[in-house]
Design a protein around this ligand. Structure first.
Ligand SMILES: Nc1ncnc2c1ncn2[C@@H]1O[C@H](COP(=O)(O)OP(=O)(O)O)[C@@H](O)[C@H]1O
Ligand SMILES: [Mg+2]
Length: 359
């Protein structure tokens, strides 16, 4: 599926959310320890792994620097992890920076001109780079050259500077926002998909053993089902369940322990949290399943419009629980089933309201 269509979630709106996909402070502290170090250790994403393996092997055989790689996918799916794996597989050092950190072309020139031959430059959130820096990057990627501008006004001169061959690894949550000339300069683009529950179970087992946590197969399955297809969320839920198992039980994570722990944190069997359920509940109970306008729905749950639209809705849409239509938000039959409610007669899509209001 193409998550770009449904997700415009920014890191800021997800802050403090147990099922948010952006990394919080605690994630950042533990993620280094949980990151797979090689392609073999990297769980799932079979196609990407196979393609990347070929790209890297071929470059190694030729004794060349690997082609530039673009990684696109939702937060928490493993882009940063893959960039480090690319460097490790190439036996190359890695330099890490991000689009927002590069405000001026000069910032980029300074980084590029200090790269070693074969080095991997990881540019996170590449879609947030400034325009002048972007244009400098085109030339650097294609010709391994930058023009450093010295002086101002009519007296300014461009001094060409040769760069050693390097591999740019760009990461973006919004591939659609990249200007085509930039996208075209990547030799290989990897689209990362959300993970299947069985893949997340493997991620959870792997992390549990690194964290020295005992977990049963059913415990891992229970956490995986609530992790929204996202390894970062799976690892975070695992840590919360571990706390619960330690305090309330013998430390071993079974299905019951996982379910009880995540009930405390209000993450339901499908990975919906309190906000997600509040939105669905309002849509079903107050508006008969819709259609209802976004603003009305937001007022009904006491949240900002943007919060409902950017924080709650993308996952509800992805899960097939809610649809955005020109006439407003509409609940699907799966939404009624998930909340254990009975839809009004003929409530498939937009018909519910007509029944309720006798129109
Ligand atoms: N395929 C994977 N296998 C195992 N762990 C993964 C995988 N992808 C991501 N993770 C874990 O999820 C966390 C978030 O991954 P990260 O690479 O930071 O995501 P992104 O950069 O796409 O937001 C990391 O701690 C990493 O350990
Ligand atoms: Mg990242």
């Amino acid at each position: 599926m193409n998550w770009d269509d449904t997700s415009s979630v920014t890191d800021d709106t997800q802050a403090g959310r147990l099922v948010g996909a952006a990394a919080d402070g605690e994630d950042q502290a533990v993620e280094a320890a949980l990151r797979p170090k090689s392609l073999d250790e990297f769980v799932g994403q079979e196609r990407v792994r196979e393609q990347l393996d070929l790209v890297l092997k071929a470059a190694r055989q030729r004794g060349a620097t690997a082609d530039h790689v673009l990684l696109s996918g939702a937060p928490g799916l493993g882009k940063t992890t893959l960039s480090m794996i690319i460097a490790a597989e190439m036996g190359a050092p890695i330099r890490i920076t991000s689009g927002p950190a590069i405000q001026h072309a000069g910032d980029l020139a300074a980084i590029l001109s200090s790269l070693q031959e074969g080095e991997v430059l990881f540019l996170d959130e590449i879609h947030r780079m400034s325009r002048p820096a972007e244009e400098m990057l085109y030339m650097a990627m294609e010709d391994f050259r930058v023009d450093v501008i010295v002086g101002k006004g009519p007296g300014a001169t461009a001094i060409p500077l040769e760069l050693p061959p390097f591999t740019l690894v760009g990461a973006t949550t919004r591939a659609g926002l990249l200007p085509p000339p930039l996208r075209d300069r990547f030799g290989f683009t990897a689209h990362m998909e959300f993970y299947e529950p069985v893949e997340l179970e493997r991620v959870i087992h792997r992390s549990a053993s690194l964290l020295n946590v005992e977990i049963g197969a059913d415990g891992a399955a229970e956490i995986a089902g609530r992790s929204r297809g996202t390894p970062r969320i799976a690892n975070r839920l695992l840590r919360r369940v571990r706390d619960y198992a330690q305090v309330k039980a013998d430390g071993v994570i079974s299905r019951d322990i996982a379910a009880a722990a995540l009930a405390v944190y209000e993450v339901d069997a499908r990975g919906l949290d309190r906000l997600d359920r509040a939105v669905l509940q309002a849509l079903l109970k107050l508006f008969g399943g819709g259609p209802v306008g976004l603003s009305t729905l937001a007022v009904a749950v006491g949240e900002e419009r943007e919060t409902v639209e950017e924080v709650a809705e993308p996952f509800l849409v992805r899960e097939g629980l809610l649809a955005r239509t020109p006439r407003g938000r509409v609940a699907t039959p799966a939404a009624w089933a998930h909340l254990g409610l009975t839809p009004p007669r003929q409530a498939t899509g937009g018909n519910g309201q007509q029944d309720l209001f006798g129109a």
